[in-house]
Design a protein around this ligand. Structure first.
Ligand code: HAM
Length: 441
């Protein structure tokens, strides 16, 4: 019978890699809490109209990449409905903000989420059809300060801190302002006009985009096109005074807290809801899909999906790409890639010690250690082989150890063998020797 495999663009995440995922998610939750964010969990599928109106019909995401289907009516009282697996979560969060009237609190809503998103893109390194985002949004009535450039700067400063705590080095923050909803059409018109003269000399994709969506020409990566694209009009020259002042304040606040950034006048981003500040954190080690995260301000999104005025700003990190970056950094640093999952492996020596070795394992687990228990039927050689695949240390637990209360512990890396009283074993093992130390409560 033919074998059934995971669908193209989707993957199983297995231990020990999932340990790294958990470490990333736990670090993000910890940092978000310090910046007063609370978690929101929205449904994985939504009404297709939410993305059509929120993200924009003309975007690649909505026009080509969504998993959409007709949900048939099952009863007379129901209507068939077009549904879509969420390709991103900002539209869903803003929908929830409107639906639950969160603006009525008069407070800023600071919401974060962690979960899968779905886009039918061409899979490659760092690009999947089911991928995971860790994102956050700040939304609220203008009276709560939601339009303030301080919010933009706070988010960017938080991201620098979070990447630092994750241990990701060598990132670059690219920053731009795409102006207000009024600035954009003037810019697009200027771009369209400028493209009339040069489009024919650009790549085939650019020629098509020059007509369908001129802003996307700025995303072109074809080396021969870059010189000409850099000569096109820049959005910075089309910003109104308020947008200019807003952007200047964001930059000043970043300077004040030493967050390094580069202004990239071509950073317009692939979603239609953006206004003013847009940004991406990139990493050279990622290859073609080099964006670790992206985000920006979306002051008109709530109104676009039928809600009250509620300016907002947010971002989403590609968790898959954070994992790739940390793995690459660990490999460069010569980290041991063996499947080390636990702190210690207990080898019961002989069937008679099985029950007592379970008691010892329980003692250590209750002390917060990660323990794997071997089997009393294994020969010593096999216990060592199995233990070496899972742990850095092995505890031998035989008749003598049970009687004397002193156990023998061996370090696989150094070969060192130590005798430790059973009551002191947990302390002895409680040094941080996991590759991704798990914070013990
Ligand atoms: P986005 O730029 O489409 O923005 O996605 C954000 C991040 O998700 C990207 O920088 C990338 O790391 C990751 N990502 C996107 N597509 C894939 C994929 N196919 N495979 C792996 N990773 C991927 C948004 O989604 C906006 N909702 C961000 C935002 C929040 N803007 C304001 N608030």
């Amino acid at each position: 019978m033919s074998q059934i495999k995971a669908v193209r663009g989707t993957r199983d995440l297995l231990p020990p890699e999932t340990e790294l995922w958990n470490h990333i998610e736990a670090t993000a939750r910890r940092v978000f809490a310090r910046y007063a964010f609370g978690e929101i969990r929205t449904p994985i599928f939504e009404d297709t109209q939410l993305f059509a109106r929120g993200v924009g019909e003309e975007t690649d995401i909505v026009s080509k990449e969504m998993y959409t289907w007709e949900d048939r009516a099952r009863a007379q009282s129901e209507k068939a409905q077009m549904l879509t697996l969420r390709p991103e979560n900002t539209a869903g969060v803003v929908r929830a903000y409107i639906e639950h009237k969160l603006g009525d609190t008069g407070l800023l809503q600071k919401l974060y989420y962690i979960g899968p998103q779905f886009r039918r893109e061409r899979p490659q390194k760092g690009r999947y059809r089911q991928f995971f985002q860790i994102g956050a949004e700040v939304i609220g009535p203008t009276s709560a300060g939601s339009e303030s450039p301080l919010r933009d700067a706070e988010i960017l400063e938080m991201l620098g801190t979070l990447l630092g705590e994750l241990g990701i080095t060598g990132w670059m923050l690219e920053l731009n302002s795409v102006g207000s909803a009024a600035d954009r059409p003037r810019y697009v018109q200027a771009l369209r006009e400028a493209l009339v003269d040069v489009a024919a000399t650009l790549c085939a994709d650019c020629q098509r985009r020059a007509v369908t969506n001129p802003l996307r020409v700025l995303d072109c990566k074809v080396p021969e096109d870059q010189g000409k694209i850099n000569e096109l009009p820049k959005i910075a020259d089309f910003l109104d005074e308020d947008s200019r002042a807003h952007f200047a304040m964001v930059c000043a606040a970043l300077d004040a807290c030493d967050v390094p950034y580069t202004i990239n006048p071509r950073l317009v981003r692939g979603l239609d809801y953006y206004t003013r500040t847009t940004f991406e954190f990139t990493h050279g080690g990622l290859g073609a899909q080099n964006a670790l995260l992206g985000g920006g301000r979306y002051d008109g999104l709530s109104e676009a999906i039928g809600g009250p005025k509620a300016p907002g700003i947010g971002f989403a990190m590609g968790a898959d790409r954070l994992v790739l970056t940390l793995q690459a950094q660990a490999a460069e640093g010569g980290a041991n890639n063996a499947a080390i999952l636990v702190d210690v492996y207990i080898a019961p020596l002989g069937g008679a010690q099985q029950a007592q070795s379970l008691v010892l394992a329980r003692e250590l687990r209750r002390a917060g250690l990660r323990v794997e228990l071997g089997d009393g039927t294994f020969r010593l050689k096999k216990s060592f082989e199995m233990g070496n695949k899972l742990a850095r240390k092995i505890v031998l637990f035989g008749e003598e150890e049970a009687a004397s209360g002193i156990v023998t512990i061996k370090d696989f890396e150094t070969g060192e063998q130590t005798k430790v009283p059973r009551g002191e074993l947990a302390d002895f093992l409680s040094t941080k020797h996991s590759r991704f130390p798990v914070a013990r409560e």
